[in-house]
Design a protein. Structure first.
Length: 113
């Protein structure tokens, strides 16, 4: 029986794939001011991912939060935010690849009929 960990790809590996696909990428991370007030018990991180250095607007934007009581909470929140982007992009890429494959099969069937 397989588990979800069998298909797990680390953030580091997914980031390498993204960098290979978009070598002129840019990543911006922000700690949201709301999480810096004394009565807030979480860090909230916003990450913006750009395909090129010249892009004026981010390609994707993601949020993540971690409890301030955790060790390395800020780093975990930042990694989680980046993970949101890379997971979305991997899902979109698989979806687009599947759609292209379906269109190709449909086109072949139409030509053969």
């Amino acid at each position: 029986m397989s588990s979800y960990l069998d298909d797990y790809v680390s953030v580091q590996d997914r980031l390498k794939e993204f960098i290979n696909a978009y070598p002129d990428y840019r990543i911006k991370t922000h700690i949201l001011a709301e999480s810096l007030v004394a009565n807030c018990d979480v860090y909230i991180i916003k990450t913006e991912l750009y395909r090129t250095e010249a892009d004026l607007h981010p390609w994707t934007t993601g949020l993540s939060s971690e409890s301030k009581s955790k060790q390395y909470a800020l780093e975990l929140a930042e990694t989680g935010s980046l993970d949101e982007h890379l997971t979305l992009l991997a899902t979109l890429r698989r979806s687009i690849k599947g759609q292209r494959s379906q269109l190709k099969r449909l086109s072949q069937r139409l030509r053969n009929s």
